[in-house]
Write a protein that binds this ligand. Structure first.
Ligand code: FPP
Length: 235
């Protein structure tokens, strides 16, 4: 994958983040989990600015997985409330920074007012070219591949299915594969994030809970990435 060079350092063109640890961050402070997600949204906002200033061109954030519907209704409601708040209050600031925002996942599961906000935000910021912010909501890597296969079945190719063809039916085939995938919160798993696209991503794991993830930690992740040799299976 292509990389950008910034101050003589290799910068990942696309960085993805699994924002884990909001609940534990809140509980460790005697606060309800919902307040952890609120703090997580603030961390997300700061990370967009930090990523932009470090030269990251595509930043994807795993905000709600296809499995997160299993959480208790009060937590799901809190997350939907934050989603609404984000769409209502944060899009103008993103636009003023030249950010293009996109939402990736099975979006039809969301309430009509959220869908309208999503459409507006994507259209309003669609011409911006400073940084692409990809918010993955109701996203699951397996579901994405299943959806791609179903799209192929509706419109079958004349010949064999190739990697390129299947890729072209994924949710956002124009976004370059993630070069670097970061997971906060101390767990060592990918939890169904970018399964196809992350085949050759470099991973960075940190114990830091997502609300505490700041510029220093992002720089540390990029430092680690810059020191790696990517061979894509070659010797
Ligand atoms: C994982 O932490 C985090 C989530 C499931 C939600 C992430 C959401 C945000 C950062 C804010 C929402 C923003 C938008 C735009 C919708 P966890 O709850 O699994 O933490 P834990 O492992 O400590 O319990």
């Amino acid at each position: 994958m292509a990389e950008r060079t910034n101050r003589d350092k290799k910068i990942p063109l696309h960085t993805g983040i699994i924002m884990d640890g909001n609940g534990r961050w809140a509980l460790s402070r005697g606060m309800p989990r919902a307040l952890g997600h609120k703090a997580g949204m603030e961390a997300l906002e700061k990370t967009v600015d930090n990523a932009h200033s470090l030269g990251i061109r595509y930043l994807s954030l795993y905000a709600f997985s296809t499995e997160n519907w299993k959480r208790v209704p009060v937590e799901i409601e809190a997350l939907m409330g934050l989603f609404r708040l984000y769409l209502k209050n944060k899009i103008e600031k993103l636009h003023s920074r030249g950010a293009r925002i996109r939402f990736v996942g099975k979006l039809e599961a969301f309430a009509p007012d959220i869908l309208e906000g999503v459409r507006y935000a994507e259209e309003y910021t669609g011409g911006n070219t400073e940084i692409d912010i990809i918010i993955c909501v109701n996203y699951g890597g397996r579901q994405e591949i299943v959806d791609a296969v179903n799209r192929l079945m509706v419109d079958p190719p004349g010949g064999p299915v190739t990697e390129e063809l299947l890729r072209s039916r994924l949710y956002a085939p124009d976004i370059p594969d993630p070069d670097l995938l970061i997971r906060t919160g101390g767990e060592f798993r990918m939890s169904n994030f970018w399964l196809w696209e992350g085949a050759y991503s470099e991973y960075y794991f940190t114990d830091t809970y997502w609300p505490d993830f700041g510029m220093k930690e992002l720089e540390r992740a990029l430092e680690s990435y810059a020191g790696r040799e990517r061979r894509y299976g070659a010797a």
